[in-house]
Every structure is written in structure tokens, then in C-alpha cells.
Design a protein around this ligand. Structure first.
Ligand SMILES: [Mg+2]
Length: 377
């Protein structure tokens, strides 16, 4: 079930190439007193070339232009300031931008933006396109302190929208920063086709924004083959899959923390079937890709196991399981979990979900465990 669509800005909603063309031609005219000795075509051509489609920051671009084109009487700082203040007045949207956002809103889809760039500058451009009111969340890398393709910025956006990765779609133009990164966290992807790249692997490829509502409609109808289901410990086949999954998964943890006597690795199938824990599995089709188990005691939930098959790492499965459990039990006061002190990926997962480190302890000689807790709001 698709609940949210998150967009990149430059090259996806904002036609940056056209915007830059308009802006730089006008900057030349406004600054003609100092730039008049340079042919306009040369000034605009070099700016666009040095800008590398926005991936080189403008302080570098203007410093280079000053040196190269023998610009006197005006500093790169002044030109940069002009860019920062004026660019928003030249923003060109891609066709059908507003009607596409309206159509998604009509379907009650939550909308967001994740863009790399300077905070106020990017926000000004969003406001200039008159689209800020459509978005429930806008994440700009400077203000977030992290940028795409870092998966955390995607995790944060999903968290703010309160949706799982597999309930959301990411639309972007950059093969690495947008498409690969969003796929890794488990989102569906739409690549806004761009002549600068080819061979991009996305779930959908579009040439025009108006295609998006149709795709979302299709996805909503399809449902999703990936889902979280309660685990039936009486079903032999299912338990076998869980048993195998936890062996491969805990073996990785054992290597990570250099301790091989962790209890689930010594557990038999029979012991697993008799467990008093509640289990949920994350399935991709019929395949068990991850699982979580917990016990509840007097409004305290303790996560006992969290396992993901290595071939499904970095798809946001552990995150999805954790979010699911928390949503299932909104009434509980305390969530507890322990993990090996050296299991950094697991520790990071809990920390970014609001868990706090309570205590490190050596449970048996050679095994250091970090205990985390999260208190309900
Ligand atoms: Mg882009």
C-alpha cells in the first residue's frame, strides 16, 4: 500500500538547467558595469560549465570566473551573494508540477522533499515554485547535517511522515544520490529521465511529471508483496525458515562482536518452537527476510531478537520491523533492547529511533552488551 511520495528538487521538480540559464543571463545584465568586457555568451557558458549542473558550489565557481575572465572591481563574494538572493526569482518548474501534486493530494498521498543543498536557498526555491504547502516534510541537507545518498536522511523523512520504506516512493533524477540510495532503504523508485545518464535501474522511468499519479494509482491497486506478519511457531516449515534465518544472522553478529556463544546460535528447533516470545516476520513474497521477537511484561516491551538475512541487508527491514512493533503497542511505557557493544549497525538503529543507552555490561567473560531503553511519550 503506497502512502507517501518523496521528491528530489533540482532536476526533478525544478528545471534547474533552464533556471540557471535565465538567472545567469540576467546576472550578466545587472552586473554589466564589471562584466561588460566579457562577451555575454562566454560568461554564461563558463558559469554553466563550472557549475557542473549544481554539483559544484558557487563560491568555487565565482572564484574561478574572477580569475579566468579578468573580472575587476567586484568580488566573488558579491557575485555569490547576488546568486543566493536572486536565483529564486528565476525558478522554472517542470511541466505539470502543480497538477501532479494536486492529483497526489487528491489520493491522500503524503508528500515530502529531500534535497541536497543550502537550507535557506533551497527553501526559497521551493517557495518560489509555490509548492511548499503540498509537503508534509522538507529535508534539506545543510539543515539536516547529512546529505543524500546517506540512508539516514531517507530514514528521517520516512519517520516524519510516519510511513515504512515499502509504503513509499522516491522520485529523483540522480542515479546514485536518489535512485540507488532510495532503493537501499527499501523504497520504490521513479527515475525522472535525464539525458546525462542512462542505464538507471529504477522501478519506473518517467519523462514527464504527469506520469506519476498514474504509477501511484497502479501501485495502490497492486498491494505489496512485502509485508510484516505474525509468526506461527506451530508451522514446521515456517519455524525451519526462522531457525535458518536466525543462524545466518546471528553468525554475522557473532563475528562482529567476536563472541560465538550467543544463545540463539545454540538453540534447537524444538526450543525455538517452545519460545514464549511473540514473533513477527518480514516477508518478501514467500521468503522470510527478517524477524523480530519480544516479550511484554507490565507495560514494558523487551525486544529479544532482531534478525535480517544478510542478502536483505540495507533495505530498511530492521527499521520496518522496529517501527511496526512500536506502532502495534502505542500504549506501552518502556521499550527495551540489548545488543552486542560492538554491533554498531544495531546500536545506530536503536539510537536513531530514540532509544537511549542505559548501561554497558559484561554478561559473561568476553561478552559486552549494551542495554538500550526508550520511554513512551
Ligand atoms: Mg536532482
Amino acid at each position: 500500500m503506497i502512502k507517501a511520495v518523496i521528491f528530489d528538487l533540482d532536476g526533478t521538480l525544478l528545471n534547474r538547467d533552464a533556471s540557471v540559464q535565465k538567472f545567469i543571463g540576467d546576472q550578466y545584465e545587472r552586473m554589466k558595469n564589471w562584466l561588460g568586457h566579457i562577451p555575454k555568451e562566454l560568461y554564461t557558458f563558463r558559469f554553466i560549465e563550472l557549475d557542473s549542473r549544481g554539483y559544484v558550489w558557487k563560491d568555487k565557481v565565482y572564484q574561478q570566473l574572477i580569475a579566468e575572465l579578468n573580472i575587476k572591481g567586484i568580488t566573488w563574494e558579491v557575485l555569490l551573494q547576488d546568486y543566493l538572493l536572486e536565483f529564486k526569482n528565476y525558478c522554472v518548474p517542470f511541466p505539470n508540477l502543480i497538477s501532479m501534486l494536486e492529483a497526489l493530494k487528491e489520493k491522500s498521498i503524503l508528500l515530502g522533499v529531500i534535497t541536497n543543498g543550502r537550507g535557506q536557498f533551497q527553501l526559497d526555491n521551493i517557495v518560489a515554485l509555490r509548492i511548499e504547502k503540498y509537503f508534509e516534510t522538507i529535508l534539506i541537507s545543510e539543515w539536516e547535517g547529512m546529505k543524500k545518498p546517506n540512508h539516514e536522511i531517507f530514514d528521517n523523512a520516512l519517520k516524519q511522515l510516519n510511513v515504512l520504506a515499502n509504503e513509499s516512493v522516491y522520485v529523483g533524477d540522480h542515479p546514485e544520490n536518489d535512485i540507488k540510495a532510495a532503493r537501499r532503504v527499501g523504497m520504490k523508485t521513479i527515475w525522472k529521465k535525464d539525458i546525462y545518464w542512462n542505464d538507471v535501474k529504477a522501478d519506473f522511468i518517467i519523462e514527464d511529471l504527469s506520469e506519476i499519479p498514474l504509477i501511484i494509482e497502479k501501485l495502490k491497486g497492486e498491494g505489496d508483496s512485502r509485508m510484516i506478519k505474525k509468526f506461527d511457531l506451530q508451522n514446521m516449515d515456517k519455524v525451519r525458515a526462522l531457525f535458518d534465518l536466525q543462524r545466518v544472522s546471528y553468525l554475522i553478529e557473532a563475528k562482529l562482536i567476536n563472541f560465538f556463544d550467543i544463545p540463539p546460535l545454540k538453540e534447537s528447533m524444538e526450543e525455538l518452537m517452545e519460545s514464549k516470545e511473540t514473533f513477527y516476520g518480514y516477508f518478501e513474497g514467500d521468503e522470510l527476510a527478517g524477524a523480530i521477537s519480544y516479550t511484554i511484561d507490565d507495560r514494558e516491551l523487551t525486544i529479544c531478537r532482531m534478525v535480517v538475512h544478510p542478502k536483505h541487508f540495507r533495505k530498511g527491514i530492521a527499521q520496518a520491523l522496529l517501527t511496526f512493533i512500536e506502532k502495534e503497542h502505542p500504549d506501552l511505557l518502556v521499550f527495551k533492547v540489548s545488543t552486542g557493544k560492538n554491533n554498531t549497525p544495531a546500536k545506530n538503529l536503536y539510537l536513531r529511533n530514540g532509544f537511549k543507552l542505559v548501561l554497558d555490561m559484561e554478561v559473561v567473560p568476553g561478552l559486552l552488551i549494551s542495554n538500550f531503553e526508550k520511554r513512551g511519550e
